[in-house]
Design a binder for this molecule. Structure first.
Ligand code: 0CJ
Ligand code: F3S
Length: 318
């Protein structure tokens, strides 16, 4: 007897996947390899995705965590997440060729921090301890000038130098809703705190979270394609859960899908973090098609047309 596949609808969130900063960072590595040949060193995963990193490694990129693992005479690229000021300073001192692939929206936060500091304000950064973007942004200013808060509870424990002379900045890939609550707590405790109109969360993070909110009422399970160390991807899983998806999971690629856990589910949402390439979404859709009679519905909540230029040194050469 012919096996009949059960029906299943996949709700594809749009926007999902690559943002302009990721696209630019990957291009920078590819163009650097064209310009200078292999090996080109990359400090930290260029973006938090193993598939992307492995593909670039195959082309001749060498991934390291710190600059002291790089030779002086090969080019080095700094990842999209940004670096503390000490990193380009060391590269300059060693007369290395370096290209900074920090997302321009992260650089914007670095500049905000520098501006507040120049005005004599101490900074509060909302972000996740240990994340490379947080290390990079806090590392724009001298030790003690940026205090990190991760939660609403942390706000109560803040001991600033002068409660009247404060500004806040945020990581770009946070939960929009959690961050709003932390900003409100900061403003309640320090009414004169200076900051951006809302926070520094980027357009891509904001749009991907809004898209998950739009599909959540229609689905029984959500799969977020992304890596465990990808902050923006993990936030999408949390948004799914907060919006009522009892099953909301991060998967690197199709082979990580727990098919037994979603047995019987007929409406599945699929999205991808800003560092996950579209081929992995295609792979997941194909894996569903192998098991189900799939209908794909794209739920589009925004259109993105942001594009960032690569640095001139690469534009001119390649
Ligand atoms: O920090 C960034 C500028 C985002 C880069 C793209 O995403 P990903 O997954 O590499 O990094 P996050 O962990 O920051 O989301
Ligand atoms: Fe930039 Fe946001 Fe992407 S900060 S790298 S546009 S996730």
């Amino acid at each position: 007897m012919k096996h009949v596949k059960p029906p299943l609808t996949l709700y594809l969130a749009a926007p999902r996947g690559f943002c302009a900063g990721v696209d630019r960072a990957i291009k920078i590595v590819e163009m650097a390899l064209q310009k200078w040949g292999a090996p080109v060193y990359v400090r930290h995963e260029i973006v938090h995705n193993k598939y992307v990193v492995d593909s670039l490694r195959e082309k001749g990129a060498v991934f390291v965590e710190e600059l002291d693992e790089c030779p002086d005479d090969r080019p080095v690229i700094f990842s999209a997440h940004g670096v503390p000021k000490s990193v380009p300073a060391e590269a300059r001192q060693r007369e290395m060729v370096f290209v900074d692939a920090t997302c321009p929206l992260v650089s914007k936060v670095h500049m905000e921090a520098a501006r507040h500091h120049a005005e004599g304000l101490q900074l509060v950064m909302i972000g996740h301890a240990g994340h490379p973007e947080v290390l990079g942004t806090m590392g724009q200013l001298p030790e003690g000038e940026v205090i990190l808060v991760e939660t609403v509870e942390d706000v109560a424990g803040l001991r600033p130098r002068d409660p009247e002379r404060l500004a806040f900045i945020t990581q770009t890939t946070l939960s929009v809703d959690d961050t709003a609550a932390i900003v409100a707590a900061l403003q309640a405790r320090f009414p004169n705190i200076v900051g951006p109109a809302k926070e520094d969360i980027c357009y891509a993070t904001t749009n991907r979270q809004a898209a998950v909110k739009a599909i959540a009422p229609r689905i029984d399970a959500l799969l977020v394609i992304g890596a465990q160390n990808s902050s923006n991807s993990k936030r999408l899983v949390e948004v799914g859960r907060a919006e009522g998806c009892s099953y909301s999971q991060l998967v690197m690629r199709a082979d990580q899908i727990d098919w037994r856990a979603i047995e019987g589910v007929r409406n599945v949402g699929v999205t991808a973090g800003a560092s996950a390439p579209e081929v992995l979404i295609d792979e997941v859709i194909e894996a569903f098609r192998a098991r189900y009679d799939v209908t794909v519905e794209i739920v589009e909540t925004a259109q993105e047309n942001v594009e960032f230029k690569v640095p001139r040194v690469l534009r001119e050469a390649v």
